[in-house]
Write a protein that binds this ligand. Structure first.
Ligand code: H2U
Ligand code: ZN
Length: 345
């Protein structure tokens, strides 16, 4: 099959969905605008930032003068702990159920101008440690069955504040996407007696067409079925159902590959790369979930420059996801990007 020439569909075995690939379209001329990056520099401390140390948040709470990471309950939580149980079902057409949950914000650094790829590996490790603590702590709450850790980086992704932070939303039900991934992994395990993502990673490490980076414990790759132009996944090489199973050395390796991936993303278009990143792992519903292989997804919208993004519109909203540049060429470009951050080179 000529994957780099002919329009085709690719299967996503995690979501049981397809993506349409149109590699021949990359030959078409580009008439859209291409702007120069602004090169905005931020102060280390911003007196108006509600995430900076010592500053006031909504509702008058003061942030402590924290020195590394700082986690707090979201002042505008999407889910609440004390929502009463209610249900609606009118003929299977008007169906609703109340949902309980807990939302937190985690600041990566006291520095307003920091980003994950520019932080020291040891400081990223501190962030991962808090992820593990929060995953355990929130997951142990009887009404919490899933913990979603995610970072929206950049205004393009709806981030309201450049201060480096992520969010943790934990919920009573398993959200649709991890639920689907869980089902696929369970079905694979039942049918083949192995793990879907262990098998997938072994294949990718053999082929080496879509691997971007790897270390002893992790690999970063552009999945065969990527939808976003530079969509990437980070997978542990060892089968682990959740981030709470990592050894100290594995936590360090995760911090290392996250930094490496972040540097390459930033270097691709010489800009602070924008994305939604998140970790998928075993639900916290009290079951073992041996089928789950934890991993993270990076979904960046940028396509050809610091400002020209891919839009999910038209056919994507009404038909199915579609991409032009192949996953293989995206992986090549990320692999060839420098490992030294452009602001430090
Ligand atoms: P995002 O920029 O990734 O959306 O995250 C900012 C979060 O911080 C957002 O969820 C919360 C918002 O609800 N927030 C507070 O908890 N307190 C504040 O004083 C302002 C914003
Ligand atoms: Zn700040």
């Amino acid at each position: 099959m000529h994957l780099s020439d002919n329009p085709h569909r690719r299967y996503n075995p995690l979501l049981d969905e397809w993506v349409l690939c149109s590699p021949h379209r990359t030959k078409r001329p580009w008439n859209g605008q291409v702007e120069k990056p602004t090169g905005e520099t931020l102060p280390q401390y911003d007196e108006h930032c509600y995430l900076c140390p010592g500053n006031e948040r909504a509702g008058g709470v003061m942030n402590p003068k924290y020195e590394d990471v700082f986690v707090f309950k979201n002042d505008f939580s999407a889910l609440l702990e004390d929502t009463p149980e209610e249900e609606l079902n009118e003929g299977g057409l008007l169906v609703a159920k109340t949902e309980r949950g807990l939302c937190k914000v985690l600041n990566f650094s006291p520095r307003h101008d920091m980003t994950l790829p520019r932080m020291a590996v040891a400081d990223i490790e501190k962030v991962i440690k808090v992820w593990v603590e929060q995953y355990r702590e929130m997951g142990e709450l009887p009404y919490i069955n899933y913990v979603q850790i995610f970072e929206n980086r950049g205004a393009m992704m709806g981030n309201s504040n450049p201060h480096p932070h992520c969010q943790i939303w934990s919920s009573e039900t398993i959200p649709d996407i991890p639920e689907k991934e869980g089902k696929s992994q369970k079905a694979w395990r039942k049918e083949k007696g192995s793990c879907l993502l262990c098998d997938y990673l072994a294949l990718e490490l053999r082929k080496r067409e879509r691997i971007v980076l790897e270390n002893d414990s992790f690999a970063a790759l552009v999945p065969f079925w990527a939808v976003w132009p530079f969509e990437t996944m980070i997978l542990p090489k060892r089968h682990m159902t959740g981030i709470d199973e990592m050894s100290d050395a594995e936590r360090k390796d995760l911090a290392d590959i996250m930094k490496g991936m972040g540097i390459r993303f930033d270097n691709l278009f010489l800009t602070s790369f924008q994305y939604s990143m998140g970790i998928h792992q075993r639900p916290t519903d009290g079951q073992a979930h041996p089928e789950w292989h934890f991993h993270s997804h990076y979904m960046p919208p940028l396509l050809r420059s610091a400002t020209v993004r891919k839009f999910m519109v038209g056919f994507e909203l009404l038909g199915m996801p579609q991409r032009d540049i192949t996953a293989e060429s995206a992986a090549d470009r990320l692999r060839l990007a420098s490992g030294v951050h452009y602001l430090e080179g």
